[in-house]
Structure formats: structure tokens, C-alpha cells
Design a protein around this ligand. Sequence first.
Ligand SMILES: [Zn+2]
Length: 334
Amino acid sequence: MKASGTDHLTRSKRNRFTSVRLNREVELRDDSQWVSDTLKNPKTRLVPLWRSRSLLERGDDGTIAIYLSPDDLPEPDRIQPPTLLGSDGEREYFAVSVTDGQKDIILEKFPAAKFADLRRASIYMAAKHAGILAYAKALHYWQHRHAFCGVCGSQNLLRSAGHRMVCSNEECARESYPRIDPAIIVLVTHKNSCLLGRNVKWPPKQFSTLAGFVEPGESLEDAVVREVYEEVQVQLASIRYVSSQPWPFPASAMCGFYAEAVNLECGSSGEVDEARWFTVEALTQAVLADEVRLSPPVSIAFRLLADWFRKNGGGDLEELVRKQRAMKIAAPNC
Ligand SMILES: [Zn+2]
């Protein structure tokens, strides 16, 4: 009998940033001699991060992740210890935070590259490398936001090749681990329609699935029910988990759901100022008329919507969005 979990694994693997095929080598994180030797191995690759930005280069076929050899990183002893990400079977990858001075030297060596925002760039990037950069970015963010102990205020020290912190005050010695904020994201449907909302902070015309952080004392499903009611006052009849996605912007794990509404009644809130039901045909027309703009295809929001769109006879939503973009470029004043 086919295990039901396989289906979710397959679905989640289609989400951007999940394709990290690295062996995380958990058992080697505390072997300081192995870590030190591996960091000197010329085959090792360093994933540089400067102010949470990744080193990227635009190529003919999309965006390329630029990795450094150990020799490429100037003054390696002056930065915090590199963080072991893992092995792809050929080499080890480490994330490194670089200083302003190191950044300038790196850019002199790689003049076509720049430190840029991963979220936007990852649309046109090979899945393996988008995953490695997202993994590195998530650890970098945690390390920089937890530089001091939350109990006594002393400096935290990185341990376990960057995956654990220990308070430097020996009387305290509090340990902390990478923090992830779970969030739910849900496409609400009713019969042949889906519900999209416009967040008040978004640009005009931008619509997406509903989403929110899971609060203490809630299951993921509780959070879906609460968020949907808070944002658009829709009652749900059923909820179905679909897939998940790491989302290091800055530190979320997105848990994706479909939910069936009791009826088509909906409202708005301080967070979502407009909510609209769309059939496949209505969404197609709204996108082609540039009345609605959707989340980027890297997001699980887009994936949930695209799968619903295809299953309901709408075809390839990415193709539709490409058409919208092409029409906007052809008619910039419209
Ligand atoms: Zn402490």
C-alpha cells in the first residue's frame, strides 16, 4: 500500500527552496577537527552572505549562485565561524557572513556579481542552488538576531558548526537553536470559485491567498480557521493540508492548505481591505486585463492557486502570468 506521506513529500518537493539535496552531516557538526580540515579543502564551497543578501550573477539562462573557494575569502579568521550546510556528494558547503571590507574584495574578484535579494532573484534560478541559498540565509538571519543571550544578556557563542548557540556566561550557559516561525497559507474555495484577498500594505491590484502566523496554543488547523475568519469573516466547512515550504524572508515555515467555505459570504478587515471570489474564467480575464496581479511563482501561494487553476480546467497559470507581463511590456501606458 502506498504510504499517504509520500504524496505530501512529492508535493512539497515542487515548492521553491525545498530542493536542498544536501546531506546535512549532523553527526559531523561537533567534530571540530573535521570541520577545520574541511574548511581548508580547496573543493569546499563557501556561500557568502552580506547583510542577508546572497552573491548572485545574471546569466543567459537565469540567475547563478556564486560560491567562493576557501582561498577567495580574505581574512577568514576575522569573521564568525562558517556554518556547515552539508555535502552534495562531491563537496561540502558552508555559509559565511562577510564584513563590508570583505564584500568589496569579493566583488572586485567577481565583477559581474552582486549581493542581492534572494526572493526576487530565485524566480530564475536552478532549484538546487535556490535551496542552498535559502538554507544559508535562514541560518545567517538567526545567528545575527540572536547575538546575545535572551536570559542574561551576555554574548552568545556559535557551536556545532553554526547550528547551536551557547551563552558565554558560564553560570547561565543557556543553549539556543535556530528559530522558525510557522505560518499558515490557505486557498479558500467554494464549489468552482476561489477566494483571493488584497492586503492593505500591498500595491494596487495585488491579490493572493490568505496567510498568517500560527499563535501559541493553536494547531495549524486552528490558525487556518482563525486567520480566515479574522481577515475576511468566512466560515470554513473543511480544511485539507497540501504541502509546506521553507520561507527565509525572514524566518518562516509556510504550511499550505486548501479550505472549503460554507458559503460565498465574505467581508474585509484592517489587514485585508478587499476579498474577491474568482472562477477560473473570471481569474483568467482579470489577469489578462491586468486588473489582478498575483504573487511570484516562487511562493507557495502561487503554487496553491496554480494547482487549483489547472485542476479546474484553467491550464498553466505561469503561462497566463507570462502573457500578462508581455502585454504590459508591449503597452506600457495602459
Ligand atoms: Zn545567558
